[in-house]
Design a protein around this ligand. Structure first.
Ligand code: NDP
Length: 352
């Protein structure tokens, strides 16, 4: 099997890469990163796969360019079977939401799909495209506080391009929603597409870091693990921040497993997979760290005096139903305790 994984230097993609290279079917993996300095640590992590030709890297400096993936698809052909598209901006360091979030998300997704059907070999050989979408494409900001809202695999964020100036969070959610929509629209309207699409829709992803943080170190931590870095740095000592609307979580290892299953299992074609282990609160995260890491005691909010960060009460928050996804994937979701303990252990190794 030959698999193209985009955004291989990312938090989630590095776990997907790890699982693919350890997969029993021994696939060949071509992964994309933006620069050679992002490629080098990946190549150094898997010397055996590199020497066997099972791991190759292609540079794609900016996926906002609609033609970014054409040369990558050409270089990965013939015989390319599966594409796992994870690359998309997840950060709020933006000046223009269209340029910084929407364009790379939507052009990246459409660009790779168009590149497949435009290439004579890939058009025939690619049978599965797995797209990393998000709970951001499921949730509806207007329904967050209502217990009659039940978010499931069928739910769609009604956000449109005209909403992107409301806030950077809304713009990010729009980028994921519009990108996912463009993938489903592409397969339903394109007769040349010989592949099925699967989307993975995770909420907040926690878990150990196995990618290189480069020279930036913990300053360059991925967005979803930022809150744990903040907690360990003592930033929550005098008050725990609000959990925010995305109050569901999943461990990165389960998210990676979902992508790998989606790459290989025929029956998952056409599915939208809502991968979550359930609700979390910032207060619970602080409690897990307090209960397991004596060395961070001085950094943590004082027991009994810790304020804020609680989950809204049941009558003031949405409900969710991802039983279809759990049944399809057969994953026994990693719980909050293990996820946070393993994240904190890993961040400690990076100097947190
Ligand atoms: P990371 O920031 O670690 O990964 C994002 C990846 O996308 C990086 O490799 C990044 O490269 C690449 N990328 C971003 N913009 C561009 C661009 N313009 N051109 C080329 N590459 C680009 O975050 P995650 O691993 O968390 O995110 C991976 C995917 O998972 C994204 O699609 C994200 O939306 C999705 N997701 C993440 C969740 C989470 O909680 N972590 C939850 C739900 C979905 P570089 O670092 O070099 O900029």
């Amino acid at each position: 099997t030959k698999i193209l994984l985009t955004g291989g230097s990312g938090f989630i993609a590095s776990h997907i890469l790890h699982q693919l290279l350890n997969h029993t079917s021994k696939p060949t993996v071509i992964t994309t990163v933006r620069t050679q300095s992002k490629a080098d640590p990946i190549l150094a992590s898997y010397p055996e796969a590199v020497s066997q030709g099972r791991l190759q890297i292609q540079l794609t400096p900016d996926i906002s360019d609609p033609n970014a993936f054409a040369p990558v698809i050409a270089a990965s052909s013939p015989g390319l079977d599966v594409i796992i598209h994870t690359a998309s901006p997840f950060h709020f360091r933006i000046t223009d939401p269209k340029v910084d979030l929407i364009d790379p998300a939507v052009n990246g997704t459409l660009g790779i799909l168009r590149a497949i059907v435009s290439h004579p070999d890939a058009q025939k050989s690619v049978n599965r495209v797995v797209v990393t979408s998000s709970f951001a494409a499921i949730l509806d900001e207007a329904g967050i506080s209502s217990p009659s809202t039940v978010f499931s695999e069928k739910s769609w964020n009604p956000v449109t391009i005209s909403d992107i100036h409301k806030s950077s969070a809304t713009a990010y959610r729009a980028s994921k929603t519009l990108a996912e929509k463009s993938a489903w629209d592409f397969v339903s309207s394109n007769k040349d597409a010989n592949f099925s699409v699967v989307t993975i829709n995770p909420p907040m992803v926690f878990g150990p870091i196995i990618h290189s943080l480069g020279e930036a170190g913990l300053k360059g931590i991925n967005t979803s693990n930022q809150r744990i870095v903040d907690l360990l740095a003592g930033n929550w000592k005098t008050g725990i921040p609000d959990v925010g609307p995305g109050m569901l979580f999943v461990d990165v290892r389960d998210v990676a497993t979902a992508h790998v299953k989606a790459a290989f299992e025929e029956g998952l074609g056409g599915k939208r997979l809502f991968t979550t282990a359930g609700f979390f609160s910032n207060k619970e995260i602080a409690e897990v760290v307090r209960g397991n890491f004596e060395e961070y005691k001085d950094k943590l909010p004082e027991e009994g005096k810790d304020v804020g960060g609680e989950l809204p009460s049941e009558d003031q928050r949405f409900n969710f139903d991802n039983t279809q996804t759990t049944e399809l994937l057969g994953i026994d979701w990693i719980g909050l305790d293990k996820s946070i303990v393993d994240t904190a252990k890993s961040l400690k190794e990076y100097g947190a």
